[in-house]
Design a protein around this ligand. Structure first.
Ligand code: FES
Length: 179
């Protein structure tokens, strides 16, 4: 036989069926919160796991016509990441530092510092790539000039095709951790 229990919540008497309803609502709320958290986590997990399960293929990306770059000048060029995910949006864009060194010869440096991946900027007056995060600096050939970066800036493969400068957007190491 069912017996009602005298319980008080906030000083007011409360029946056991009210407690079960309250408990049910709590559980439904927790389940909803967990479902929302799981849905929100899908892009993050996809971002972390995609390069492992589906390595990005190297792709050529045009970054401008040969004539649009002046000899010896180092400029930033933007292109689409080699492995954009459907939800990447603007984050699918990446960049490189490009320098014209001959009629049809170019060098492209990764924009990411080899220490912890911060974007480096080219300082024309000093002829250095400077990292804003921990004072890392690189010479114009990408070798380390100062600070904690353990290795030179990574380079992209570059070619000229049909008058267009193209960068091979294969994944390159952003950072190098050394113990
Ligand atoms: S990330 Fe560039 S010096 Fe640390």
């Amino acid at each position: 036989m069912h017996q009602s229990v005298d319980i008080t919540i906030d000083g007011k008497p409360c029946q056991s069926h009210e407690i079960s309803r309250r408990r049910l609502f709590t559980r439904v709320s927790i389940a909803c919160a967990a479902a929302i958290a799981a849905l929100a986590g899908v892009p993050v997990v996809g971002f972390l796991v995609a390069p492992i399960v589906r390595p990005a293929k190297a792709q050529w990306r045009s970054v401008g016509s040969v004539d649009s770059f002046r000899m010896g000048e180092t400029v930033q060029v933007a292109f689409t990441d080699p492995s954009p995910l459907p939800w990447s949006g603007i984050t699918a864009k990446t960049a490189a530092w490009l320098r014209r060194v001959g009629d049809n010869e170019f060098i492209a440096f990764s924009i990411n510092c080899r220490h912890l991946g911060c974007p480096v900027r080219w300082v024309e007056g000093a002829k250095l790539f400077m990292c804003p995060c921990h004072g890392g600096a690189y010479y114009e050939d990408g070798s380390v000039a100062a600070g904690p970066p353990p290795e030179p800036l990574a380079r992209y493969v570059v070619r000229v095709k049909d008058g267009q400068v193209e960068i091979q957007t294969s994944p390159i190491p952003l950072t190098t951790f050394k113990s």
